[in-house]
Design a protein around this ligand. Structure first.
Ligand code: XIL
Length: 328
């Protein structure tokens, strides 16, 4: 319905470099026909796109943007300021950065990467996972230790964040600029912190335009039903909201297979994520799954869980796929 975009992550460097429009792989055919939005899973992260101080490598990101264009799809940019997958040179240099040095490096990066795709990206995850969790040492607070940029500017991290949004906005005035995080679906201490930050940034005139809940769920844990209420409060600030990285993983039995109950519960969780977003109306701008097939999912590599996506390794549509379609 309306303008809601339905997306998938895709790793261009891994899955699109060989793309031949006349002869797409089955994966590429599904990616190009089932979705209206693509997010580069890794291709726009520092380690891939900016591997050396003076070297940018846009090959993977270009492949995603070109594939999207060829298939009439739009692109969500991901991500500019994160504690993960930073280039080794950033990690090394940041050991003795002043805040000004960190700012200069970040500004150059943001202007270069966002500027390259200006007009071609409808939403950018400017800042990703910048708050710790309740269970981390120190509790919910900005990641002024793990994130090299926030660390160098720990005396005024909000000032740095506001400028990151300003640099991105100057480089591409059309893109809607997002804060994005996991464990950010319901109302909890982390999303309370995001809500306060969003108000601070807006009061400071920063061009913040959206709040994204990643939606990485596990059947090991319960589901917080307050997602619509949470999204609503961000929408009331004038922001767009989005589910940016949905997947629903689960512990598997010794045969590596899910139970019938798990399969049904997975469908329900995918659907609740979508309905939580739809409930806020037009402020919900996109719903993206973090890959659509189990063969390419990041989950088995990181968690002792699997079966997280909406299609099997052989591209069979799971009940979760049908549940999403029914809700749209
Ligand atoms: C993951 C990718 O899917 C993996 O391929 C990579 O090895 C690690 O990062 N939150 C995010 C995403 O914002 O960028 C992460 O993507 C998953 C968690």
């Amino acid at each position: 319905p309306r303008d809601l975009k339905i997306g998938s992550a895709v790793w261009g460097q891994r899955d699109l470099l060989d793309h031949d429009p006349e002869n797409p792989t089955e994966f590429q055919h599904i990616l190009g026909s089932e979705f209206s939005s693509l997010t580069p899973e890794n291709d726009m992260k520092w380690a891939e796109v900016h591997p050396e101080p003076d070297v940018y490598d846009f090959s993977g990101a270009d492949a995603v943007v070109a594939f999207a264009k060829a298939n009439g799809q739009e692109v969500r940019g991901h991500t500019l300021l994160w504690h993960g997958q930073n280039s080794q040179w950033v990690i090394d240099a940041s050991a003795d950065w002043t805040c000004q040095e960190a700012r200069d490096v970040l500004e150059d990066h943001i202007r270069t990467v966002v500027g390259r795709y200006a007009g071609e990206i409808y939403e950018w995850d400017v800042a990703n996972e910048i708050f710790q969790d309740d269970w981390d040492a120190g509790g919910v607070k900005l990641r002024t230790e793990a994130n090299p940029f926030l660390k160098a500017c720990a005396e005024d991290p909000v000032g740095l964040l506001g400028d990151a949004f300003r640099w991105a906005h100057e480089a591409d005035p059309e893109a809607v600029l997002f804060l994005n995080d996991y464990n950010a679906e319901g109302i909890n201490n982390k999303t309370d912190a995001y809500y306060a930050l969003a108000k601070d940034l807006l009061a400071d005139g920063a061009p913040l335009g959206g709040f994204g809940a990643q939606g990485h769920l596990s059947l090991q844990y319960g589901f917080d039903e307050s997602i619509a209420k949470n999204f609503e409060r961000f929408a009331d600030l004038g922001l767009q909201v989005a589910v940016t990285e949905a997947d629903v993983r689960m512990p598997l039995g010794e045969d590596g297979e899910p139970t019938v109950e798990q399969i049904a519960l997975q469908a329900e969780r995918y659907k609740k994520l979508l309905e939580g977003c739809l409930d806020v109306g037009p402020a919900c701008s996109s719903y993206t799954v973090w890959g659509f097939d189990d063969a390419r999912s990041w989950v088995p590599g990181v968690f002792p869980e699997g079966y997280a996506t909406i299609m099997t390794e052989e591209f069979q549509k799971k009940p979760a796929y049908h549940a999403l379609l029914e809700s749209l």
